[in-house]
Design a protein around this ligand. Sequence first.
Ligand SMILES: Cc1cc2nc3c(=O)[nH]c(=O)nc-3n(C[C@H](O)[C@H](O)[C@H](O)COP(=O)(O)OP(=O)(O)OC[C@H]3O[C@@H](n4cnc5c(N)ncnc54)[C@H](O)[C@@H]3O)c2cc1C
Ligand code: SF4
Ligand code: SF4
Length: 395
Amino acid sequence: MEAAKDKGIELVTNTEVTAVEGEPGNYRVALTHKPWYVDIDKCSGCGACVDVCPITMPHEWEQGLKARKAIYALFPQAAPLKYVIDREGCVECGLCMQVCGLDAVDLSQEPYTEEVEVGAIVVASGARVFDPSVIEQFHYGKFENVVTNMEFERICNAAGPTAGELVRPDGKHIHSIAFVQCVGSRDLSHNRWCSFFCCMAAVKGGRLVMEHAPGAEVMVFYNDLRACGKGFEELYTRSVEEGMKFVRSIPSVHVNWTSNNPIIVYEDPDESRVVSKEIDLVVLSCGLEPAEGTSQLAELLSLEKDAYGFLAERHPTDGVAETKRKGVFIAGICQGPKDIPDAATHGSAAAAKVGVFLSNGKPQRKCGEVDIRNSGGVEPEFPGGNGSGESGQDA
Ligand SMILES: Cc1cc2nc3c(=O)[nH]c(=O)nc-3n(C[C@H](O)[C@H](O)[C@H](O)COP(=O)(O)OP(=O)(O)OC[C@H]3O[C@@H](n4cnc5c(N)ncnc54)[C@H](O)[C@@H]3O)c2cc1C
Ligand code: SF4
Ligand code: SF4
């Protein structure tokens, strides 16, 4: 939303990069714009079309926990807040056209490609969340009240499918919850890396449950708890003191078909015996893996991937925001799992590297000078510029 408000940033949404040619500092990028089936210059985002559309489909933003119409805006803070038609579901009944006072619906739109010239490229295409249905012992997709951490995020969200009320998919209020850590991560059968964010995301989620439902029982089943970050260990310790229970064990999940409650079966490390416990909701802390499309992006941009399939940085210590291709940078979890602060720091590093690269590695302003090169005459917030004179990338 901040980027959408920034006059220096042009957001190009619903668009795919389909070709990249040229050389560092002078790339020609083909952008294929997908049809919205709505003229977004005309659409005011009023949503009148949604009320009349007869087609309901699973809502991907809400992780399928809610339905949406065939004409929809993905979420209320979408930028731009314009409506789009999902042609997979649309039956071309024309009702949205009839109700739209701005004549914005246009089912005849076709994809089109344009070429833009850019000096540098930053790839920040993210990662995807591991699909736990491949691990049989958790019965994800078979037991209704076993959800992923993504689904749990939506359940907790005030704007989510339950309006922030802590209820599980079958509608019952949540008074006991178990988080299962390292689902698909640190597991030689699936992904061997640590996904970094999920231990603290579980602690955060558990605390939220304890705040919303005082007296709620929160259990976290873990492999090793990784609370490495500023203030993280302290938050973990405080959570233990406040009653969150951490059990070093990898459980399996069963179900009581009468109550629809999941049953956690685990080895209690204190008593060295197998215990089973009925609970309201199980949250699988699924890790991150390379996003679909990472290989195509790597090929398109001639980038290397690391051994796990994430985009490779130029150097693990002094080139984390750069790639081996000059003028092409990376930011965020497309390079490997991170939490939000680290992803934002990585993004800032990439932006700074782009600034240096586009100024040909020369300082934009010398000490004591008032004129600013390439800045459009706007004073930087932190006078002094960068002055490093290095882009750090290999030629
Ligand atoms: C369930 C869950 C809970 C989490 N909780 C926390 C938390 O509490 N605290 C925390 O700090 N971190 C948390 N994280 C981690 C956090 O989500 C990530 O650190 C952060 O989203 C990384 O940002 P990013 O911009 O690199 O990637 P993303 O947020 O994944 O954004 C990448 C974007 O690129 C788009 N994209 C992909 N391919 C293309 C393409 N070819 N062209 C154009 N666009 C493309 C995607 O649609 C997406 O919008 C959580 C993660 C998950 C999965
Ligand atoms: S034309 Fe398609 S999007 Fe519009 S109301 Fe009918 S089904 Fe919904
Ligand atoms: S952050 Fe925690 S839950 Fe996530 S993969 Fe690492 S150890 Fe496992």
